[in-house]
Write a protein that binds this ligand. Sequence first.
Ligand code: CO8
Length: 264
Amino acid sequence: MQFEYKTIQLQSENAIWRLTINRPESLNALNLLVLSEMGEALRFISEMGFEDARALVITGSGTKAFVAGADIKEMASLSASEAVQFSKKGQSVFSELELIKIPVIAAINGFALGGGLELALGCDFIFAADHAKMGFPEVSLSLIPGFGGTVRLARAVGLRKARELIFTGDMLTAEDALRSGLVNKVVPQAELLSSVNKRLEAILNKGPVAVQAAKKTMQVAWDMQIDDALDMEAEQFGELFETQDSREGMKAFMEKRKAQFTGQ
Ligand code: CO8
């Protein structure tokens, strides 16, 4: 399938989609067009059925940068109200990413700065190449993160570490990021996409409706009071008992065979 995007590339293999931010001349910086095209691509993928879309990998083109932030050259001329609009546009695309049904893995192949790290934080997991560097350098521009970073970084690494990173603008190496719990795994650049695919295999063998329910429950319950969150978990747990896959999963266990899931 051919797509007409100018700033991203979208491809799929065996129902695993890969979205590549493709502006290498600007270290894949996010401008309004990238955000619009990403939003369009996410809506396209989210309308697909189980057979056609099982997971999404997000990466940047080349080996130098995942995404080096929002496009500073485009941002420099924004008025205050245009900056609010730009911020809200990025926030809404990354929230769509967070809520898309299928698992999403960020494959950080170089610098992930500012808006780039905010993009990665909207993904379910982060894998990083060993030369990757990440951080929030916005204070060096006398700005703050504006695509969700002030909220999501604290949730990922805790408020104290997040404050330190955002107040100083320091960059973390991939190994530091691993130690902080910001990334799940660090691998050599040449193995980045194959490692992501290998991890995805472990997920794709499992009941897809259950993985989606786990994603939704963990995402939505995060903002709830504990009693409401536990109610939601119980409801989602119950709903799975209405699926063929959960019957098949439990039956296969008892019959000592591998379950055949259909996404129903
Ligand atoms: N925006 C636009 N262009 C960029 C960006 C960027 N974020 N990053 C790099 N580029 C461009 C450079 O200008 C350069 O272009 P040119 O050759 O035309 O001068 C090209 O990419 C290559 O970059 P460098 O020559 O700088 O490469 P280096 O290897 O010397 O340095 C760095 C790499 C360290 C990554 C460096 O490019 C850098 O510091 N980039 C900016 C990083 C940054 O500050 N990111 C945060 C941006 S602000 C942000 O993300 C806020 C998000 C929320 C927005 C809310 C809206 C209001």
